[in-house]
Ligand binder design. Sequence first.
Ligand code: HOZ
Length: 419
Amino acid sequence: MNVPESDALFARAQESIPGGVNSPVRAFRSVGGTPRFIARGDGAHLWDVDGNEYIDYICSWGPLILGHRPKAVLDAIASTLETGTTFGAPTGREVELAELIKSFVPSVQMVRLVNSGTEATMSALRVARGFTGRTLTVKFEGCYHGHVDSLLVKAGSGLATLGIADTVGVPKAFADTTIALPYNDLDPVETAFKERGDDIAAIIVEPVVGNMGCVPPAPGFLEGLRSLTARYGAVLIFDEVMTGFRLSAGGAQQLYGITPDLTTMGKIIGGGLPLAAYGGRADIMKKVAPLGPIYQAGTLSGNPVAVSAGIATLKYLKAHPEVYSIIEQRAAQLTAFVPQGVTVNRVGSMFTFFFQEGAITDYESAKKSDTARFGRFFHHLLDCGVYFPPSQYEACFMSAVHSVEDIEKTVEAIRSFEG
Ligand code: HOZ
C-alpha cells in the first residue's frame, strides 16, 4: 500500500524525534514499513493522513474500551475545559474519581492519582519498599511495567519487540534489586523467598500478561503468589494497567478472585487522557506523604480534564455492564478462525495471534514465535484495512463499538492470509 503522506511525515519526524516516534513500538521496526500517521479516529475506526480507513484493534494500546470519541467522554472534557485545565490544587472531581475507583476495585481502600502507568508502578514499588523496609522486587520475565529503571530487567513490550534484553542506562545496582523469574512457574518464586525472603519487598505481576502478547495465568499461579507474599510479609502488586476495568469491571483480580495488596491502574481509567493510579490497603497507602514518610508528587496529578474523562468512562461502564459480555463475544468471534501454524491466546477482550504451534505460557515460549511470518500477517491485515499492533509481543484490544460487521471483515482478512 502506498502511503506518501505518512512516508513524508515519517521522514520529517526522524529528523527531530528519535526513530520518528514518541514510543518505540509505534515505529514498525519489527514488521518493517512506514508507521501510519493518524489523522482521526471515530468509533472503532481510524483514518491515516493518506485517507486510508482501518478497523482499530490497538485502541491506543488499551484505553479506548468505548472506542474513539465516545460522546459521554467528549461532553465531560468539553464542560471541564470551560472551567480551566489545571489548578495544582485539589478538586471535587478527584474525590469523585477516587470513590468510583474504590467502588469498582474493593481491594483499593485508598488511591493516589498519577499521570502514567510507569509512574503508578514506580510509585507502588517505592511504597512497597517503604512499607516493608526491604529492597528486592520479584518480577516475571516478559512482563512489562513501564520504563521504571529496576523493572526493565527481562521486560516484554517494546524491549521484546526490538530484541533489547536489558536497557543501557540502568545502573547495575538498580537492576540488582530485581529478581526476574519465569511467568507461571511457582517453584522458582518459592525458592527465591526461601533464600531471600527477608529482603523481598514485593512481587509485581501482570495478572494476565499483555506485554509478551496475551498470556493467561496458569491455574493456581496467582493464588500461589498471594499465599507466598502473605507468608513472607511481602507486598503483592497487581499491575492492572492493561487489565483493569477491561477483563471485568473489577479487573483481573475480580475475574480470578485474588486480592492483591496494591494495584496499579492506567489506560481505561483515563478515558483516553493521561491518567493512572496506584492504590490498595489503607495501612500501606497511609505511609504515602503527606500522611507518611514515602514521598511521591506531581504537578499535573489529578488534572481536571483527564479526571473528568476518567469519571465519564467509569460511569459509563458502571451504567452499561453489558459492555463486558459484548467485548468478550466479539473477541471470541474474531479469534474463532486461526490460520495454520498459529496459536491464539485470549482472555476476555485481550488476545494475540502467536505465530507458532503449541502452548504459549511464558516468555520462553512466546519468543519461539515466527516474527517474520507475523510481520507478513500484520501487513496483510493492514492492506485489508485492519490495524493490529505492529509487534508479536503486544495484545490486541476489543472495544464496545466494534460491530459484528467489523469482526466479519476482520475474520475475512485473517482467512485470506496466505503467508
Ligand atoms: N508499551 C506500550 C504497549 N505495551 C506501547 C505504548 C505506545 O507505543 O503507545
